[in-house]
Write a protein of this length. Structure first.
Length: 285
């Protein structure tokens, strides 16, 4: 059985197919976009599906940002990708000629990416996987089991208020003030670094993006007590050269309740979310 994972992100679509043994058959990425409408998203998804030659997939995992409606048939609110709002998943697949493929799993990018990482790099204990891209998401896993609050995921870390960092408040596109996303989300970084969002070499401990993410990760330690924190997504990959600096900042005066011997780790691929979605879809079939 071939399983397809489609990761619809705020700036591009990524897709990946796996065989029934979990081996990766192929990966694909669309061209980057900004503020796409449904037609633009359709083109991006079709581009990936065609590149993978994924028409023979038996199941698909959809990885999308935002809050799913109670019926789990569509995204109810996607702040960073409003074209997804109220777009039924079956109609979305039909628009890219995948209407014969069953949607086996709908999952957030944070849950999908976190699941892929822990299955590739298993550890005894708790992992807090933070996905850093256009938005910021959190998945907490005990082993490879995703932790939930009731039947709801841990949530949208990017919308946490980290307070004013710098001389002025940051106002998000939804009117929120000083959220983590307004400091470390890809759009915010693009403005802060004049569009060079992946050129992080010059970042220091005094720069607002570093201070914001360190603040948030210290909160994650206090609430969830993970044995490791993993930074995933494109921004997470770009932060890897600053691992030592960030770990030191997080540890400085960290609550004694934090797990002893915790580690800070980073993505190894830009396709963690797509791969996790494919794995979870195969598991659910």
């Amino acid at each position: 059985m071939v399983s397809l994972g489609i990761d619809i992100g705020g700036s591009s679509v990524k897709a990946l197919s796996i065989d029934e043994g979990g081996g990766v058959i192929g990966t694909a990425s669309s061209v980057r976009y900004s503020e796409p409408d449904r037609a633009g998203l359709t083109r991006a998804i079709k581009e990936c599906v065609a590149e993978l030659d994924a028409g023979g997939a038996q199941c698909v995992g959809l990885c999308l940002p935002g809050r799913v409606n109670p019926e789990r048939t569509a995204i109810e609110t996607a702040v960073n990708l409003p074209a997804l709002n109220n777009w039924a998943f079956d109609k979305l697949l039909a628009s890219v000629s995948l209407d014969q493929v069953r949607v086996s799993r709908v999952v957030s990018d944070a849950d999908a990416a976190g699941y892929d990482f822990v299955t590739e790099f298993p550890v005894v204990g708790r992992t807090a996987a933070v996905s850093l891209g256009t938005g910021v998401g959190l998945c907490v896993l005990d082993g490879d089991e995703i932790v939930t609050i009731g039947d709801v995921g841990i949530g949208h870390l990017g919308h946490m208020d980290v307070g004013r960092i710098g001389e002025a408040d940051r106002i998000g596109r939804d009117g929120s003030r000083n959220t983590l996303e307004s400091f470390i989300g890809a759009r915010a970084l693009g403005q802060w670094m004049d569009g060079q969002i992946l050129d992080f070499d010059g970042l220091t401990s005094s720069d607002t993006p570093i201070r914001a993410i360190v603040h948030a990760l210290r909160v994650v330690h206090a609430i969830y007590r993970p044995h490791r924190i993993v930074l995933l997504g494109g921004v997470g990959l770009a932060l890897k050269p600053h691992a030592h600096m960030m770990a030191g900042m997080i540890s400085d005066g960290l609550t004694q309740l934090a797990a002893k011997g915790w580690t800070l780790e980073f993505a190894t691929s830009a396709h963690h979310a797509a791969c996790g979605a494919a794995k979870l879809a195969a598991q659910s079939s």
